[in-house]
Design a protein. Structure first.
Length: 592
C-alpha cells in the first residue's frame, strides 16, 4: 500500500475518474463520496478548512480515499462533515485494513491527538476496522449513534389492488393542497438539472429556505455566503453528470415548494427542502415529497429515496426502512477518551429527565450569551450589567413614557423608502446581516410574530436595497408591554402602537430610527388611526429621537416590583382622537 497525502483537492481529471470509479464500486455508493463533492467543499470553504487528503495506491490503482480537514492543531475530522449526510473511508473490503492502518499510523506520526468522524454509516464495516486497528496506532475509540436516517424503498411500497396506485400516507393532505392552490392555476412538479437553470432558481430557493427557518425560530445554514457558494459549486460540478436536481412545485406561475437534492446510483437523496410560509397550513412540503415518491416509482433506475438526517415526523409517515449513522471519536489520551464517554452518559441521563435537560440547555445558553457580551462589550460593562440585573431581581422601578405623534415634516430621505415586510423580506435582511447575531435574533423574533399574525412589520430600505431599520405596529388595546410585564389599555379605540424598533449595528448613528417611525406614523395617520409609541424613561437617546420625530409625551406608567410582587402606578387617560386632516378611503389605504 502506497500512501500519498495532499493539502488540497487537486483539480485533476484523471484523479476524478479514478476517484468516482472507486465510489461506484463501493458496497453503498453515495453522492457525498464523489470527487465533485470534495472539490465543491474545497472551493467554497478553502479559506476555513485545511484539507488532509489521503490517497492509497496498490501499484498504480487507487484503492483508498480519505478526505479529512484539520480543525485545530492536533485535531482532524471528515472534510465533508458539515455538508455530507454520510462520510466514510472510501475503500473496498479487501483493501480496508491496509488502508486504514496506513492512514492511522500516518496521523499518529503527525501528532494528531483527536479524530472525530461524524455520520459514519454503521453498515459500512469501517467502524469495526477502526476499533481493531486504532489500538495499534495509540488511539482509543468510542462510538455512539448519531442519526437514524429514514428511507423509502420503492419496491416495498404497497399498492392498491386493481388500480396499482401507491399506498402512501397523507392523501388527504395532498387533496387539501391541490384544492387550496386551484385558483392559482394548474399544479405541477418541475425539475431543473442543468447548471444554468439551477443557478437561475437558487436565489429564490435560498430566500424561501431562510424565511422558513426564521419562521420556525432557526437560522438557515444558507445565510452563510460560503454555504451558498457551496451549493453553486455543487450545481456546476454535479450537473455535468446529471447528479443534481432542483425540484419545484409550481402552482400556476408561482413556485410554492422547492427541493435541492441528488440522483445517484439508484438513490434520490432528500437534501434541502423548503416551501412558501404563506401556504404552510396546506402542507406544500408534504405534497412535494408525495409527488417525488410517485415519480420515483415510475422510474426503473430509482430504487429508493433517502430522506437523510433529521428525525422529522413527516419522514416517518413515508419511511419503510432506515439506516443508522455513528459519531466516532478516536483519542490518543485516555483521559480525553474517558471524558467523551462520561459526557455522553451524562447527556443520556439528562435526556431521560426533560426538566433537567431544559435547565441545562438554558444554563448553557445563558453562559454563551454572557461570553458573547464579554467579547462585544468588555469585562467591565458586562459586570456592571450583571450587578444591575441582580439588583433588579430584588427591587425594580421602571418608568415608561407613552408618546403620541402630533405633526411633523417627513424626514425620510429621497434615497430611502419604508415598506411593509413579508417573510421573503426578512429572509433578504438575514442574508444581508449573516454575520450579525443580534440582528439575526431580531429577525427570528420578527418572523415568529409574523407567523402568529396580528401585527405588521415595516422596514426602511436604502437606495442600495439594504434593510437599515425595522419597526412593528399593532392595535394598542391589550398590547403586552414587557417593560411593565403587563397588558395596557389604549387611550382611544383607534390607537395604534409602534414597537420593537431595531437598527442593525452597522447602520446606527444615521438617523434611520427617526426616519422609520416618522414615516410609519404618517402612514398610520393617513389610514385614520392614531399612532403611539413608548420608551423607557432611562433611554434618553430614544426619547430625544422620538421627540425630534414629532412624538409628544402624553402620560407615564411606573412598574414597581419587589421579588415576585409588582404593581403599576399611573393610569391610561381616555383621550379624544386627534382631528385628522383627511382620512383615506379604504381603497386608498390598501393601495398605500
Amino acid at each position: 500500500m502506497r500512501l500519498e497525502v495532499s493539502r488540497e483537492i487537486p483539480e485533476d481529471s484523471a484523479l476524478r475518474e479514478q476517484w468516482n470509479a472507486l465510489v461506484r464500486a463501493l458496497e453503498s455508493p453515495e453522492v457525498f463520496y464523489t470527487y465533485e463533492w470534495a472539490l465543491a467543499v474545497w472551493r467554497a470553504y478553502g479559506r476555513e478548512l485545511l484539507p488532509l487528503l489521503f490517497l492509497g495506491y496498490e501499484n498504480d490503482s487507487l484503492v483508498g480515499i480519505l478526505a479529512l480537514a484539520e480543525q485545530n492543531r492536533g485535531e482532524v475530522s471528515f472534510l465533508c462533515a458539515t455538508t455530507g449526510d454520510y462520510c466514510d473511508f472510501l475503500t473496498l473490503p479487501g483493501h480496508r485494513d491496509p488502508f486504514l492502518a496506513a492512514v492511522l499510523a500516518d496521523l499518529s506520526t503527525r501528532g494528531v491527538r483527536r479524530i472525530t468522524l461524524t455520520n459514519l454509516p454503521a453498515d459500512s464495516g469501517t467502524y469495526e476496522a477502526i476499533r481493531r486497528l486504532g489500538r495499534h496506532s495509540g488511539y482509543h475509540c468510542f462510538a455512539r449513534t448519531a442519526y437514524i436516517c429514514t428511507q423509502v424503498v420503492i419496491g416495498k411500497i404497497g399498492r392498491q389492488p386493481g388500480t396499482g396506485e401507491l399506498l402512501l400516507a397523507g392523501k388527504e393532505r395532498v387533496r387539501r393542497f391541490v384544492k387550496a392552490t386551484r385558483g392559482k392555476g394548474s399544479v405541477r412538479l418541475d425539475h431543473a438539472r442543468t447548471s444554468e437553470k439551477i443557478e437561475s432558481l437558487l436565489p429564490e430557493f435560498v430566500r424561501a429556505h431562510v424565511a422558513r427557518f426564521l419562521a420556525t425560530g432557526r437560522i438557515s445554514n444558507l445565510v452563510s455566503p460560503e454555504r451558498r457558494r457551496f451549493l453553486e459549486q455543487l450545481s456546476f460540478l454535479l450537473s455535468q453528470s446529471g447528479w443534481v436536481t432542483l425540484s419545484r412545485v409550481v402552482a400556476g406561475e408561482k413556485n410554492v415548494a422547492w427541493h435541492y437534492g441528488f440522483q445517484f446510483q439508484g438513490i434520490w437523496f432528500w437534501y434541502q427542502p423548503t416551501f412558501d410560509n404563506e401556504l404552510e397550513k396546506y402542507s406544500p412540503g408534504y405534497y412535494l415529497l408525495t409527488r417525488m415518491i410517485e415519480e420515483a416509482a415510475q422510474d426503473p433506475a430509482t430504487e429508493r429515496l433517502d430522506l437523510g438526517l433529521g428525525a422529522e415526523e413527516y419522514k416517518d409517515r413515508f419511511a419503510n426502512e432506515s439506516r443508522r449513522t455513528l459519531y466516532v471519536t478516536l483519542r490518543s489520551s485516555v483521559a480525553q477518551h474517558a471524558y467523551e464517554i462520561m459526557r455522553f452518559r451524562a447527556a443520556q441521563v439528562m435526556k431521560s429527565v426533560p426538566v433537567l435537560e431544559n435547565a441545562v440547555r438554558a444554563g448553557a445558553a445563558r453562559i454563551e450569551r454572557l461570553k458573547q457580551e464579554m467579547a462585544r462589550d468588555g469585562m467591565g460593562s458586562t459586570l456592571r450589567r450583571i450587578v444591575t440585573r441582580v439588583r433588579e431581581f430584588f427591587w425594580l422601578e421602571e418608568e415608561v413614557f407613552f408618546l403620541n405623534w402630533g405633526t411633523a415634516t417627513s424626514v425620510c430621505s429621497s434615497a430611502a423608502r419604508v415598506e411593509r415586510l413579508s417573510f421573503t423580506d426578512l429572509a433578504t435582511a438575514a442574508l444581508q446581516c449573516h454575520d450579525d447575531q443580534e440582528t439575526l435574533e431580531y429577525l427570528m423574533r420578527s418572523a415568529s410574530r409574523m407567523r402568529k399574525g396580528g401585527a405588521e412589520c415595516f422596514g426602511l430600505i436604502d437606495r442600495m436595497g439594504r434593510f437599515v431599520h425595522f419597526a412593528w405596529r399593532c392595535p394598542f388595546e391589550g398590547f403586552y408591554l414587557a417593560e411593565l410585564h403587563a397588558r395596557v389599555d389604549a387611550p382611544s379605540p383607534d390607537s395604534v402602537m409602534l414597537f420593537d424598533c431595531w437598527t442593525p449595528p452597522g447602520a446606527r448613528r444615521n438617523g434611520y430610527y427617526r426616519e422609520t417611525v416618522t414615516a410609519t406614523a404618517e402612514q398610520v395617520r393617513k389610514q385614520g388611526k392614531d399612532p403611539w409609541i413608548f420608551s423607557a424613561a432611562r433611554n434618553l437617546a430614544s426619547l430625544r429621537g422620538l421627540e425630534k420625530a414629532g412624538f409628544e409625551r402624553r402620560y407615564v406608567l411606573v412598574r414597581q416590583r419587589v421579588l415576585i410582587w409588582q404593581r403599576i402606578k399611573g393610569k391610561t387617560p381616555q383621550l379624544a382622537p386627534p382631528v385628522l386632516e383627511q382620512a383615506e378611503t379604504p381603497s386608498e389605504s390598501r393601495a398605500s
